[in-house]
Design a binder for this molecule. Structure first.
Ligand SMILES: Cc1cc2nc3c(=O)[nH]c(=O)nc-3n(C[C@H](O)[C@H](O)[C@H](O)COP(=O)(O)OP(=O)(O)OC[C@H]3O[C@@H](n4cnc5c(N)ncnc54)[C@H](O)[C@@H]3O)c2cc1C
Length: 504
């Protein structure tokens, strides 16, 4: 039987980060990934010949600068660039709102709706940046349970995204554009308590060099995972893909290795699991091996996904009524929101909560091909649509092909209200509803963050990296600070194994 110092179950980007740090510290490390491709939900896949699709995650912000620097990711091909402009929200009346990093441009855009919101937007941006920065600092703590915030910050995180935004601005489309960050991946509406945290989480990133800024990664999100994997490989880590782990082996109360589905066993005294907590504790261990505190957390863990990813191969760019043209323009580079008002977003949530899916969905659409044409055949474009709310458990029956196609048709029709050439521009489409995200990426319940990022499941209330089973560590998004492509759970788990976060 092969023996390693450490085995990482799952080659998501967090597992790869953990493996890289362990290998750099001289530990003989093996990564076992169930899929044929490394990266988990941070992958670039050739879905159609000649098309390189970021099938799950598509934009980057939270990847920790410490990881980028210490693993020297640029030397392994990582290159990220800021998304500029940041957002474009078209309206049915032909108006639209385009926001970016330039204060003068923003003032012109916002002023065309309501001049009073120009300063309000600047104040909101400063507040969201302050909250994001406070979170980013908390993410660096050895023990996230020790995170303390001043009262105003605590209130903002516990409150709703709508409350946060409405304190500063009044224009409905501006409010909705800003509040949408508060519901990404989350089975809650913008008026629901705790979505203030989700909004701040989306401002916690520093990868683009500016607090809260988001960007694209050249080559798609798989380039993040590839760079980390190469750094890990350079340090000596080994990988096996197509290697689903069936069991974590426990002897006399401490881990002793793992067994694959095909019965192959590997020995190690240290096991790190990048898998969802429900897989790690509910499938890979027997109930009697799981510590009671973990078992009780697992029982109440909320991990029902509501996000549907629709990847579209386009023959031409969307021609927006608000900003006409099919040659690349600034707004094609931005996140394109279908979010006319907070009431619209809340109704999208409430429809699903009542037992179906959103009648009029919230959409966040991204196109990387205007800035990275290498991802599609010449002259063609990729459009990724992140749509909510499409719960894993639909009240109106299980997900089947008819429901998948109907959801995709409704999403396309929703966006086509603003860009009427869209339906005819589509050459192929990939529909990933929550059960598909579960089957493809191993995201239990289809939850993009391995469980809600709402109070009760944040910071010290996520699963601990040191699980209480001797030798077993959680290194995926079930641990603090949770989901997004940050690498931080992997870094923290490696730090726990090695005894310190300063493992450079
Ligand atoms: C549709 C979608 C869009 C998103 N958009 C963004 C975005 O734009 N930006 C962003 O920052 N974040 C985004 N996210 C969230 C982000 O991608 C995830 O939070 C993050 O990638 C999770 O990384 P991870 O390493 O913790 O886990 P994962 O990526 O889930 O990796 C876990 C790995 O473990 C493997 N595994 C599971 N069980 C086993 C087993 N038994 N044996 C072997 N291997 C196993 C899985 O196959 C997988 O590769 C998005 C997620 C989704 C799904």
């Amino acid at each position: 039987m092969e023996r390693y110092d450490a085995i990482v179950i799952g080659g998501g980007h967090n597992g790869l980060v953990a493996a890289a740090y362990l290998a750099r510290a001289g530990r003989r490390t093996l990564v076992l990934e169930r899929r044929e491709i490394l990266g988990g939900a941070a992958v670039t896949e050739e879905v159609w010949p000649g098309w390189s699709v970021s099938t799950a995650s598509y934009v980057c912000s939270l990847l920790h600068p410490q990881i980028i620097a210490e693993l020297n990711l640029p030397a392994f091909g990582y290159h990220a660039y800021r998304k500029e402009p940041a957002s474009f929200t078209p309206l049915l009346d032909g108006r639209s709102l385009l926001l970016g990093s330039d204060a003068v441009d923003n003032a012109l855009e916002i002023g065309s709706f309501d001049r009073r919101d120009i300063l309000g937007f600047e104040a909101f941006d400063a507040e969201a940046t302050r909250l994001g920065s406070a979170l980013a600092d908390a993410f660096d703590l050895d023990d996230p349970a020790t995170a303390r915030f001043e009262d105003a910050t605590q209130r903002a995180l516990a409150g709703s995204a709508a409350d946060l935004v409405e304190r500063f601005v009044r224009t409905p489309v501006l409010r909705a554009t800003l509040a949408s960050d508060g519901v990404i991946g989350t089975y809650a509406g913008p008026r629901d308590a705790g979505t203030g945290y989700v909004l701040a989480h989306h401002y916690a990133g520093r990868a683009m060099g500016a607090q809260g800024a988001w960007g694209f990664v050249r080559g798609g999100m798989g380039a993040v995972s590839r760079a980390i994997a190469l750094a890990a490989r350079r340090a000596g880590a080994q990988f096996r893909t197509g290697a689903p782990v069936a069991r974590i082996l426990v002897r006399d109360g401490r881990v002793s290795g793992v067994a694959l589905d095909d019965g192959t066993e590997f020995e190690a005294d240290t096991i790190l699991s990048n898998a969802h907590p429900s897989v790690t504790f509910g499938e890979l261990l027997t109930a009697s091996e799981v510590p009671p505190t973990i078992a009780s957390k697992l029982k109440s863990w909320r991990s029902e996904g509501v996000s549907l990813k629709l990847n579209l191969a386009l023959g031409e760019l969307p021609d927006f009524t608000a900003r006409p043209g099919v040659t690349p323009q600034l707004h094609h580079r931005a996140t394109i929101h279908v979010a006319p008002s907070i009431d619209y977003l809340q109704a999208a949530h409430d429809d699903a909560h009542r037992g179906g899916v959103s009648n009029a969905p919230m959409l966040e659409c991204f196109m990387q091909t205007p800035t990275d044409p290498s991802l599609a055949p010449p002259g063609k474009h990729l459009l990724s649509i992140f749509a909510q709310y499409y719960p894993y458990h639909r009240g109106d029956g299980v997900w089947d092909d008819t429901k998948r196609e109907a959801a995709a048709d409704s999403i396309v029709a929703t966006l086509a209200q603003f860009a009427s050439n869209l339906p005819n521009a589509i050459e192929a489409r990939q529909i990933l509803a929550p059960p598909d995200l579960e089957a493809r990426f191993g995201l239990t319940g289809g939850h993009i963050f391995h469980g809600e990022l709402l109070p009760g499941q944040i910071l010290g209330d996520r699963f601990p990296v040191a699980t209480g089973v001797a030798g077993l560590y959680l290194c995926g998004s079930g641990a603090s600070p949770g989901g997004c492509v940050s690498g931080i759970p992997g870094l923290r788990a490696a730090g726990a194994v090695l005894g310190s976060l300063a493992v450079a």
